[in-house]
Design a protein around this ligand. Structure first.
Ligand SMILES: Cc1cc2nc3c(=O)[nH]c(=O)nc-3n(C[C@H](O)[C@H](O)[C@H](O)COP(=O)(O)OP(=O)(O)OC[C@H]3O[C@@H](n4cnc5c(N)ncnc54)[C@H](O)[C@@H]3O)c2cc1C
Length: 430
């Protein structure tokens, strides 16, 4: 793995930074003012989207982008440092058509959509004309285990009939949201393996029987685009809205969550970097008990720890991106889980340190820190809780141990053990 950014990436970074400085940050105040007044700043977003598209800063997240599709094709490794820059202003990802959950949705449509689905849904998503929702999590079951899901997708002639309740559906309130990609049970038979019972179907948001019940606040904050509770009551869609094959839902969910997860991590690293920059400046300016905060050893330790931890996370993120590019999303699964845990926890830690040195101001709306902390906390659940990802990493380690059982015996010099015996604390083993 080469850790240096290529000429192409350096040029794109410079272009993106300049776009952020001249067009995004200059409009940051306007975006927040309009959002606080309760209206989605659609006009502003549309103006900026047109400029981003014209500048070649469009759909940067999709390595499989075809020549006839709009945007600049990059690898995951090339996209990572750019997503990091976008992460610094959370609303900006939409300007470049790189925001969640659309990026993950476009990835799976790219992989599994039929030609008709591509035309109807993928094309307008890639053009930035519509937004989309991923609808997996349910209130009634532990949804980090998708085999628990209960929403039913029943075949009835040429249609599927969907019944169920979902929640935390990000983006459902966006004024351009037009469709949901819904995971539910198409085959409830006991004899069917539990990971072959689910399928994804595409549900246009204006289908009768679909209802947004509530925009659930996240840590007391109502997101403008919504994290919504929704209901499907006898929602009827043609069978041609099935994504992939029946019973393939679990596998598609795995495919989706690879790229989607790592994009969040890339943006998070940018947010941690911003928090550290704010913290550094603040401690140089602020004095207490006769000296600058920067002169206190504990403050220096917090800054140093943050620097080291951000750099560690960035390297892990780049490693996962590189693995995705070189060996495929499946081979990178464990590394993506690893960075997902690290990035979300890092954000909570680094932003918390920054809030502490800012004093009360750090919790107010004078800085972006409170929002960033909240987002970091949410990220410990988004795309699966820490524990589920720890399980992926641990299982991989144990699988390796089983394959290599006995190979480390030589490191043990216990006289009663034969040199080639596997390491075991099982008393019955000779
Ligand atoms: C801001 C935000 C946006 C979201 N957006 C979306 C979205 O757009 N679409 C969508 O479908 N969902 C979305 N989610 C939901 C998110 O994906 C789920 O919250 C997550 O998958 C966990 O599911 P759950 O909430 O049902 O937790 P549960 O599955 O009930 O798990 C609860 C807790 O149980 C423990 N646990 C679970 N499994 C294990 C294990 N194997 N080992 C040890 N402990 C375990 C963990 O502590 C876990 O936090 C969003 C969530 C948030 C906060």
């Amino acid at each position: 793995m080469d850790f240096g950014y290529s000429e192409k990436v350096l040029a794109l970074q410079a272009k993106l930074r300049s776009f952020m400085e001249n067009l995004v940050l200059t409009n940051n105040e306007r975006w927040h003012r309009e959002a606080e007044a309760g209206s989605y700043p659609l006009e502003l977003i549309d103006e900026l989207k047109a400029q981003a598209k014209a500048s070649g800063l469009w759909n940067l997240f999709l390595p499989g982008l075809r020549d006839d599709e709009p945007g600049t094709r990059l690898t995951n490794l090339e996209y990572a440092p750019l997503a990091e820059i976008m992460g610094r202003v959370p609303w900006s990802a939409e300007v470049f058509n790189c925001s969640a959950p659309d990026t993950g949705n476009m990835e799976i449509l790219h992989m599994f959509a039929t030609p008709r689905q591509r035309k109807q849904w993928l094309k307008p998503l890639l053009e930035g004309d519509i937004r989309s929702v991923i609808s997996i999590t349910e209130p009634d079951v532990a949804s980090s285990d998708p085999t628990n899901l209960r929403t039913s997708i029943r075949r009835d002639g040429d249609h599927y009939v969907i019944n169920g309740r979902k929640w935390f559906n990000t983006g459902a309130m966006h004024p351009r949201a037009r469709m949901l990609i819904v995971l539910g049970v198409t085959d409830a038979r006991e004899s069917t393996p539990s990971h072959k019972r689910q399928s994804f179907v595409i549900v246009p948001m204006d289908t009768p029987g679909f209802e947004i019940v509530r925009n659930t606040p996240i840590m007391n904050h109502h997101a403008l685009e919504g994290h919504c509770e929704v209901v499907f009551r006898n929602v009827c869609v043609p069978v041609s809205n099935l994504l992939g094959e029946e019973g393939e839902g679990f596998a598609i969910a795995q495919a989706r969550l690879g790229p989607g997860r790592i994009h969040h991590c890339m943006r998070t690293i940018g947010q941690c970097e911003l928090a550290l920059e704010l913290m550094r400046e603040r401690v140089l300016e602020r004095s207490a008990f006769g000296k600058k905060l920067a002169e206190y050893a504990n403050v220096q330790d917090e800054i140093a720890r943050s620097r080291i931890e951000i750099d560690q996370a960035r390297l892990l993120c780049l490693q996962a991106a590189w693995l995705m590019d070189t060996q495929g999303n499946k081979a990178a699964r464990v590394d993506v889980s690893a960075i997902k845990i690290v990035a979300a926890q890092l954000q909570v830690r680094v932003v918390d340190r920054a809030m502490q040195v800012f004093g009360a101001m750090g919790l107010s709306d004078h800085t972006p820190l409170a929002y960033l902390w909240t987002w970091g906390r949410a990220l410990r659940f988004i795309d699966g809780p820490d524990e589920v990802h720890l399980r992926v990493v641990a299982r991989n380690e144990l699988k390796k141990a089983k394959e290599e059982l006995g190979q480390n015996s030589a490191f043990f010099r216990h006289p009663t053990r034969p040199a080639d015996a596997p390491i075991s604390f099982d008393a019955t083993r000779k």
